[in-house]
Ligand binder design. Structure first.
Ligand SMILES: Nc1ncnc2c1ncn2[C@@H]1O[C@H](COP(=O)(O)OP(=O)(O)OP(=O)(O)O)[C@@H](O)[C@H]1O
Length: 945
């Protein structure tokens, strides 16, 4: 263990360096050890060394003695004057206490028996490397399109509502490109950068499609739209947008199912009826299993927002189950009076195209409102699917291949496929086009109306039957009434033959497999149909109809293969290399600088790795910087303490030993010479996935409303959330992937606003920048020498930046060592981070290598003074430290499976439960959706004889 202890001594040969620092005390610099190898550099301190090295000893009478070390210093008189001033300012503070004067002039003292290891904040730090910038040309996106909402073919009430209630007039690029296509009822995959207005790009046409349904919808008509979203906060935000958009159309009712809430209330809401359902996949699935009134027979549109996240969080089964439920419910809905009436009317009054068009439109005053194809989709048994994300992955490509039929790919980044249409290639019978450069990009008419018109022609005139069949691969085959009789016959024959061939080797338990089979089936049926239509042209038709060989597939493949990431050009991206020991004080400094010094009223988000880190850091920083005690959190803590006390009645003995432990941590601490820190007014917030639902929602609401403040959070806040006025994103812990980096940074600089993003890296992590550069992300290194300057604002009596930093660190450590609770929280945060660090995904592990961590220095970054092994033992041995396991939304009991007839069975996990193998260790608890928790199996009691 010796090699993990921290060194407090100053070896003689280092003294020159120390003096050098003292000389330039005003010019702050990280002191580095140039020979740092990333391995342990500290050594055990001989017990008596501290005494020998005391430079300023304040004896019981307060008379300062100057040590040899300081005598040798060239700026002796200055230094002495500073010390004398300190002494007069802090009269009496040092009575009877011993302080060392090392490189940073101040040291914390600790009882030798609690490990006896203390370290200097500025000593033995590894050198901060300079990372030059490579010539990377980031991809840019034009955010605004230069058109207005009134240019779209949408209801004037919607245009007015957007302007009056949302303050929106000009269209964003993604909206201009995507709205007309969605109004066409086409399946779409949309990729555009963070904060580019994707939510409105799908919500607006959906409302447009729904409001045109006549007779008007009512809430009992069933759920028409399902929007699946990975996190609760994003679900709430999206739901709120729908609420705003339906203002002019009060008969459309949006609803929210987001987990964490009482099932009973949600059930009641579902019974009352909804037109649009926004929810997290786990919760929707939960209701699918337990709520009889939830029915998707009328669902005409499915939106999968943050599609890549939905998949990499292990939600793919939930998503597949929802898609399948829509399919099953539609299939099961044999009696549909509205559809029958509509069909009969059509049969009785065959009309020509012109009359049909005029019937389809409605007159409002002098304006004629067009009925779009999407409205027809809502009235049929078909379904439109929309996938969205700012980042694409192979998994999204697979999902698109499985769920989208004859889709359109909208990518708004420069030089990419603006619109790649799977039907366009088929029509022209041209080989698939390359979409890498502007030159090769499929031509898109500038006016969205033209796009719409062209597509109308494509679908309505040239290939209506094909579109009808192809567009809805899953629903069409199961709803023969949509086809002519002969089509049905062929479809059924083809279906049978494909089904037979596939059933043998398919995994009938897997929803995902089910969709693959369905997709194959749909493609094969199309081929069969066409070969019968024209035998001689078989080969050509085959190529034409295979959805894989088209512009869409090529464009998507290229986009995924290139793996380039796009960030708003308005965000100034930088990184700061901070030695481990200085991380916490540097964080405090940046918070003070951003919220107090530079921009009064700055609003920032700080991303940390684990929920334990979030809890601990937010409370600690709030207490140290503002002096405020967090009452709510304390209450929560007391509650959980009481609960634990009840549960552990027989822990009296352990409690006693814990008391002893806390004694051990009563550090002989005194304020450093700088005296008390000046409290500043900063509002702190914290957010993570394991917080109680109400608290989580309240924090989100408060932070959104706040004019300034700091939100410390995990990646639960990295996706989609749109908090106004966030002007700085700070990544305190490196992200698990370049994609996560993009989404975290994307919380600022939204809708073309200016923002800044800073990432903290350890010296050993510096090469992570190269990894980001490979994805065309370019960052600039910030000068670390100024990073701590803001601390002088809160420690104004400090004579140097270093002194201020030590004073803040001292206060942080003092707070952490006040009592057992604090220490446990710190230890938990520390161990959770170490564990997290060891679990970085393989492709970033070479840059974020846990073997290069200095665990002793890391303890300092958690304001701990104890050796890592002691901490780990403490955390492990404390019986009250057993955390409640987060409820696992991926677990479903077998008896629940049976509640909904026809619901697909999932694979068996341990102990008769179904467990999704792909649940990610990094995110599982963050995205809990409220399903019942795992029950711990009780060990069988031995029968007493
Ligand atoms: N036409 C518009 N003009 C101005 N602001 C807009 C417009 N459309 C949307 N916005 C605003 O842009 C912000 C970002 O929108 P949104 O949350 O939909 O982005 P996003 O692309 O979904 O981002 P992310 O990928 O991070 O989820 C929101 O504050 C929204 O109100």
């Amino acid at each position: 263990m010796d090699d993990l202890q921290l060194n407090i001594s100053v070896p003689k040969k280092d003294k020159k360096k120390v003096k050098g620092i003292e000389q330039n005390a005003s010019e702050y610099k990280f002191v580095s050890n140039p020979k740092f190898t990333g391995k342990t550099i500290a050594r055990k301190r001989p017990q008596n060394l501290a005494q020998k090295n005391k430079s300023v000893i304040n004896n019981a009478h307060g008379s300062p003695k100057v040590s040899k070390t300081s005598e040798q210093g060239p700026d002796k008189s200055d230094d002495l004057a500073a010390k004398l001033r300190d002494l007069s300012e802090n009269k009496g503070k040092f009575q009877g206490k011993n302080y060392q004067d090392l490189s940073d002039n101040l040291q914390l003292k600790q009882k030798p028996r609690s490990g006896g290891w203390i370290s200097s904040l500025f000593k033995n730090n590894p050198q901060v490397p300079r990372i030059g910038q490579r010539a990377i040309k980031p991809i840019v996106e034009k955010v605004f399109a230069g058109h207005n909402f009134s240019d779209l073919d949408i209801h004037p009430h919607s245009v007015a509502n957007l302007q009056q209630n949302l303050g929106l007039k000009e269209l964003m690029t993604v909206q201009q490109n995507a709205v007309p296509i969605i109004l066409q009822g086409r399946d779409v995959l949309i990729r555009s950068q963070t904060g580019s207005g994707k939510t409105l790009a799908y919500a607006l046409p959906i409302i447009e499609g729904l409001q045109a349904i006549r007779p008007k919808l009512n809430r009992h008509d069933g759920i028409r739209v399902i929007v699946v979203i990975p996190t609760r906060e994003l679900a709430v935000q999206t739901y709120e947008l729908f609420v705003k958009l339906v203002k002019p159309f009060t008969w459309i009712v949006p609803g929210l199912l987001s987990g964490g809430q009482k099932r009973k209330a949600e059930k009641a809401r579902l019974r009352k009826g909804l037109s649009i359902l926004v929810g997290t996949p786990g919760r929707i699935n939960d209701h699918l299993r337990h709520t009889q009134s939830l029915n998707f027979a009328k669902t005409g549109c499915l939106v999968l927002d943050e599609a890549d996240r939905l998949l990499d969080m292990g939600y793919e089964k939930d998503v597949a189950a929802i898609v399948k439920a829509i399919e099953d419910h539609k299939k099961a809905a044999t009696y549909d009076p509205m559809a029958m009436i509509k069909q009969n009317i059509v049969k009785a009054n065959p009309v020509d195209d012109e009359t049909k068009d005029s019937n389809a439109n409605e007159e409002i005053g002098e304006v004629t409102i067009k009925k779009h194809n999407l409205t027809e989709v809502f009235l049929s048994k078909e379904k439109q699917t929309i996938l969205l994300s700012a980042t694409l992955t192979k998994a999204v490509e697979n999902l698109a291949g499985i769920t989208l039929v004859n889709p359109v790919f909208v990518d708004t980044s420069e030089g990419k496929a603006v619109i790649a249409d799977s039907l366009k290639a088929n029509q022209s019978n041209e080989p698939p086009k390359k979409v890498k450069t502007n030159k090769d990009t499929p031509k898109v008419p500038e006016n969205p109306k033209i796009v719409e018109k062209e597509q109308e022609n494509d679908t309505d005139e040239e290939k209506p039957a094909e579109v009808k069949r192809g567009l809805k691969a899953f629903t069409g085959l199961n709803h023969p009434e949509l086809f002519k009789k002969e089509d049905v016959k062929q479809a059924t024959t083809a279906k049978d033959s494909v089904q037979n061939s596939v059933e043998e080797d398919s995994d009938s338990d897997s929803d995902y497999e089910y969709f693959k089979v369905q997709k194959q089936l749909a493609a094969k049926v199309k081929v069969v149909k066409n070969s019968e239509d024209d035998d001689s042209d078989e080969e050509v038709e085959d190529t034409k109809l295979a959805p894989e060989v088209n512009t869409f597939a090529e464009a998507l493949k290229t986009a995924v293969g290139e793996d380039d990431l796009v960030l708003p050009a308005t965000v100034n991206q930088t990184f700061l290399i901070v030695p481990m020991k200085l991380r916490l004080v540097t964080l405090c400094s940046l918070i003070v600088e951003h919220c107090v010094v530079n921009k009064k009223g700055g609003k920032m988000i700080v991303f940390m790795a684990t929920l334990e880190m979030v809890d601990y850091h937010s409370e600690l920083i709030e207490l140290v910087l503002t002096g405020k005690d967090v009452k709510v959190k304390k209450k929560k803590l007391e509650k959980s303490k009481a609960k634990k006390r009840k549960a552990n009645e027989d822990d009296a003995e352990d409690a006693e030993s814990s008391e002893e432990d806390s004694d051990e941590f009563q550090v002989d601490y005194e304020e450093p010479s700088e005296g008390a820190l000046i409290p500043v007014d900063i509002e702190m917030f914290s957010l993570h996935g394991s917080m109680p639902h109400e608290q989580r929602m309240e924090v989100f609401k408060q932070f959104r409303a706040a004019k300034s403040g700091v939100l410390i959070c995990t990646d639960v806040a990295a996706r989609g959330i749109d908090v106004p006025r966030v002007d700085l994103v700070l990544q305190y812990c490196a992200p698990a992937s370049a994609t996560d980096y993009v989404h975290r940074v994307g919380r600022t600089g939204r809708a073309a606003r200016v923002g800044a993003a800073v990432m903290f890296l350890l010296p050993s992590e510096a090469q992570f920048i190269r990894h980001l550069e490979e994805k065309r992300i370019r960052l600039r290194q910030t000068d670390e020498t100024r990073a701590l300057e803001a601390l002088r604002t809160i420690a104004p009596t400090a004579t140097s930046v270093q002194r201020a930093a030590v004073a803040v660190q001292a206060r942080l450590e003092k707070t952490t060592h006040t009592n057992k609770d604090w220490l446990l929280r710190a230890s938990r945060a520390y161990t959770s981070w170490v564990r997290f660090y060891a679990g970085y995904p393989r492709d970033v592990r070479e840059y974020l290598d846990s073997k290069k961590l200095h665990l002793g220095h890391a303890a300092k970054a958690f304001a701990l003074r104890d050796a890592p092994a002691t901490l780990a033992r403490r955390v492990k041995s404390n019986p009250t430290n057993k955390k409640d396991r987060p409820s696992n939304r991926l677990t479903v009991h077998e008896d629940e499976e049976k509640k909904r007839p026809g619901f697909a069975k999932l694979k068996f996990g341990f102990g008769g439960r179904h467990i999704n193998k792909q649940s990610s260790m990094h995110t599982a608890s963050e995205y809990d959706s409220g399903l019942p928790p795992l029950e711990h199996s009780q060990p069988k009691k031995k029968k007493s004889k």
